[in-house]
Structures are given as structure tokens and as C-alpha cells.
Design a protein around this ligand. Structure first.
Ligand code: TRP
Length: 335
């Protein structure tokens, strides 16, 4: 059976989205929405697996993430934006899927393993945390998703998703769910402003899509450059220099950047001058997003309504998927 190509992605609403999210996924979604049917999910339940004690934080960020989507140009006419907790069918399907996964398989998922070690759960590992990849499989297939744009760290979840749906299809002898492909974007990794490999909220080194022009200027001025480039005339290092990492990625004038690198290496080009250029480049990119965001933010209820209407649409799709599932599982009771 041929399955339609359908894109599904999601984000945990634990904070506003930053430039790393933009480069690594949001930008691609804006392109994908013109090619495929696309769903984007705000994973509030998954966020609660980490922040069960901070529901108000998660709730607040549902709106922030939705605003970020609209700000970057995810168009609700083309992309269905929805909220995970409003689709109870996901939880239902998760329960069914749990029969097809062993605890040892769950414990072997390398991404989960890392997270468990990082969080230091040990004997107190919450069952809900351990099974989140199963819930993620349900997120994807409830809308019959087949393409999932993800970061490298999510690939083990895609592999687990395919194991689950293969087991399901085989068990009930019907190809209800199509193979899921994880698409890792080939974009260069954006470092944090401190030069750490990853931009993240928890490291406090992020530039947010909602940052004001002043905040951006302040962050760029603090960016890690070359600690040995003390006097303007000293030769400077381009490798590992965050300002050049960003200019390489965001500055459309490639030749100018090549020139600047040569000049910096020779000596005679000051950090401040370089940083001023980057501030301009980032404001050209983020400025229009900031304006669009501010405009949407004037009517938060209208923004929530977009996600609520998207969720209603997804419920209809989910009900159809569950009809098929219930049918093969002999759970289709009728009077
Ligand atoms: N785990 C993803 C993240 O942390 C978010 C997510 C939840 C997701 N469900 C998903 C991503 C389904 C892709 C598909 O970024």
C-alpha cells in the first residue's frame, strides 16, 4: 500500500524559540509547507514529562511557541498547528503501542539513556519519561505522518517508531501505518554566543526570535571571538570565532565575509566593527519576524484560536486513524 507523504514535527513548549531552532527546523518547515501536507505539534504533554511541577510555565510557552511559528512564516492556511494534549487519541494509541515495546528496548534508546543519565533519575526514573518515545510514535502516526524533520538526537525515536509500527502492522496483518523517514537537515550547527557547540535556553547562550534589537546588539557584543585578539592590529583567529560562525551562516554577502576573514587574520580589523556588521545582518533577518510577532501578540486569543482550530482538524483525522486501529484490534463495539 502506498502511503501519502505527510510531514509532522513538534516542539516542546518550554521556552521561546531561538535562532538555532530557526536554522535547524523552522526555516525548513516554511519551505515544506508548500510541498507537503504538514502538521506542527506543540508537545505540551511531552514538555510536562520534564516539567510536571511547572504546568503554568508550559502553558505560557504554548502561546510563545505558536507566536514564533507565525512570526517565521508558518502559515496556518498551509500548515496545521495543533496542541498535543487536545488530541486524546494520541494517549489512547500510546497505550496500545506499549504492548509492542519491551522495557529493555525502552532503556536502550540512546537519546533516552543520555537524558536519564543527565537528569540523574537512577531508581526514580518516571515511567512516563521512559515511554515518551512511544508517545512520540503515536504523535507521528495519529496523522499518518511519514516524514519527520528532526535533529540527530531524535533519530533513535524514529527508529523506535518504525519498530513499533512494523510490529503493529504485522501483528494485525494490515499496513495501517506507512514507514516513517526522519529527515536530518544538512545545515551547519549554530553555536551559542559563548562558543559552546549548542545554542540552548538552559545554557543561557541563545538569541531568541523574539529578542529586541537592543537585546541582539548586547548579545552580539558579548560574543566569544578570539581571546588572543587583544589589539586591533594583532592577527586574529577565524576558526572557533562565533562572529564568523554566524556571518558564514547568515550574511548573504559571501565575498565580503571572505574579505573580512582575510583582513581579520592579517590584523587591523577590530571585533567591534565585525560585530556591528553581524548586528545588522541579524536584525535584517529577525526584524521582520519581530514585527510580525508583535502584531500577532496584540491578540493572543486569536493566536490560540489558530492552534485550537488546528487541533479540531487533527481530532477528525485522529478519529479516522483510531477507527482503523480499533477495527483491527477488535475494539470496534457497536450497539
Ligand atoms: N521530542 C521533540 C523535541 O524535543 C518534540 C516532539 C514531540 C516531536 N513529538 C514529536 C518531534 C513528534 C517530532 C515528532 O524536539
Amino acid at each position: 500500500m502506498k502511503h501519502e507523504s505527510i510531514v509532522l514535527t513538534g516542539d516542546r513548549p518550554t521556552g521561546p524559540l531561538h535562532l538555532g531552532h530557526y536554522l535547524g527546523s523552522l526555516k525548513q518547515r516554511v519551505e515544506l509547507q508548500d510541498i507537503y501536507k504538514q502538521y506542527v505539534m506543540i508537545a505540551d504533554i511531552q514538555a510536562l514529562t520534564d516539567y510536571f511541577d511547572r504546568p503554568e510555565m508550559v502553558r505560557k510557552n504554548v502561546l510563545e511557541v505558536c507566536l514564533d511559528y507565525l512570526a517565521v512564516g508558518i502559515d496556518p492556511q498551509k500548515t496545521t498547528i495543533f496542541i498535543q494534549s487536545l488530541i486524546p487519541e494520541i494517549a489512547e494509541l500510546t497505550i496500545f503501542f506499549l504492548n509492542l515495546v519491551s522495557v529493555s528496548r525502552l532503556l536502550r534508546n540512546p537519546t533516552v539513556k543520555n537524558e536519564v543519565a543527565q537528569k540523574g533519575f537512577e531508581e526514580r526514573l518516571p515511567a512516563g519519561f521512559l515511554i515518551y518515545p512511544v508517545s512520540q510514535a503515536a504523535d507521528i502516526v495519529i496523522v499518518k505522518g511519514t516524514i519527520v524533520p528532526v535533529g540527530e538526537d531524535q533519530l533513535p525515536h524514529i527508529e523506535q517508531t518504525n519498530e513499533i509500527i512494523n510490529a503493529f502492522n504485522r501483528m494485525y496483518n494490515k499496513e495501517i501505518f506507512g514507514h516513517v523517514t526522519g529527515r536530518v537537515s544538512k545545515v551547519p550547527r549554530l553555536s551559542g554566543i559563548d562558543g559552546k557547540a549548542k545554542m540552548s535556553k538552559s545554557l543561557g547562550n541563545a538569541i531568541y526570535l523574539s529578542d529586541s534589537a537592543d537585546a541582539i546588539a548586547e548579545k552580539v557584543m558579548k560574543m566569544y571571538t578570539d581571546p588572543d585578539h587583544i589589539h586591533v592590529n594583532d592577527p586574529g583567529k577565524v576558526e572557533g570565532n562565533v562572529v564568523f560562525n554566524y556571518l558564514d551562516i547568515f550574511d548573504p554577502e559571501v565575498e565580503v565575509v571572505t574579505e573580512l576573514k582575510a583582513h581579520y587574520r592579517r590584523g587591523g580589523l577590530g571585533d567591534v566593527k565585525l560585530k556591528r556588521r553581524l548586528i545588522d545582518v541579524l536584525n535584517t533577518l529577525i526584524g521582520p519576524m519581530r514585527e510580525r510577532r508583535a502584531e500577532f501578540a496584540r491578540d493572543p486569543q486569536a493566536v490560540m484560536n489558530i492552534a485550537l482550530e488546528g487541533s479540531e482538524k487533527v481530532r477528525e483525522v485522529a478519529a479516522r486513524t483510531m477507527d482503523e486501529v480499533r477495527q483491527v484490534m477488535h475494539l470496534n463495539y457497536t450497539k
